[in-house]
Design a protein around this ligand. Sequence first.
Ligand code: GLN
Length: 379
Amino acid sequence: LSHRTEGFTESIIRKMTRICNQFNAVNLSQGFPDFDPPQQILDRLKEVSHEGPHQYAVTWGADNFRVALARKQSKLMNRTIDPDSELVVTCGSTEAMMAAMMTICDPGDKVIVFSPFYENYTADTILSGAEPIFVPLHPPEFNFNVDELEAAFKQKPKALILCNPSNPSGKVFMYSELKVIADFAEKYDTFVITDEVYEHIVYKPYVHTYFASLPHMFERTISCSSLSKTYSITGWRLGYIIAPPHIIDVAKKVHDFLTVGAAAPLQEAAVVGLNFSDDYYEELQRHYTEKRNLFIKGLENLNLAYTTPQGAYYVMMDISEFDSRDDNEFCEWLAQEVGVGAVPGSSFFREDVNHLIRFHFAKKTETLHEALNRLSTLR
Ligand code: GLN
């Protein structure tokens, strides 16, 4: 079997979901909503099931989907995105990131990855033949050290991967931090691949800044995102890449041979969501702010130590006070004995960090109450 695949393990997030199912635990490990997508999208899906399309869409995305997406993102990113030459629709941001890596990396290239990181980034790097250089985001605030970052840039990386808002840390990078990254990207002539799937899940007073919107950065940024989190349709696998035309030309080729295209009927139904007015995104933010506040207040009441997320829908909890060998053992025990699923933090860190676990709170109020109720047995 290929040596290339020896560099990473199976997904710990999915493994925890299996353990949760086995022990009937409330699954706060794998991050996906247990509530329905907006009704208008579901109604449209029903129509589409009768009317079609049921055959391939244009490889790089159905025309009406790309036009609607370009319109929405142009407004947010503060520049006109051309739906034909600056956009590819992919099977989730998972494919977007893999295609982005395959588009720019040759075997032996280096790629900067902040640690903790979403687990796909190392696998993407390795599968494209590249090699990750890790730069720590130091808990509990998850800030980077500028000298550590520059030391990584000095190793001549091809790209830096930026997850913002960040999974698992909940960090939202401030403009000043993005500017430091941008200056290094320019000085050392590197690409930046973003993962901005939580772009609409940001808690006041924090705001999301699109990396591609920084001065001179559109030219070197491959922006990846998806509709999964924004419209609660993680199973639809609709994602995209936005980048300058000469990069998109190559990304289209990679995407074509990886997957041919994202599901045509689902693209058609999702156009309704892409055309929602700003109210929808404000409501989404309120909805998640309520969930975040409910969950962290619950942890607070139980006197459990956590870092307040600024964005995304995860909370890192510190388990140092518990008598467990490490976070893996703790999470298995928590699922089995307490009945709540979490992801061991060490699966996200390159460094030897095993005192943190990750919960997610994209769940119905009653699910969160049930989880907190079970967690109260820790006291
Ligand atoms: N992004 C989600 C998480 O971090 C789901 C991951 C997945 O299973 N695709 O939990």
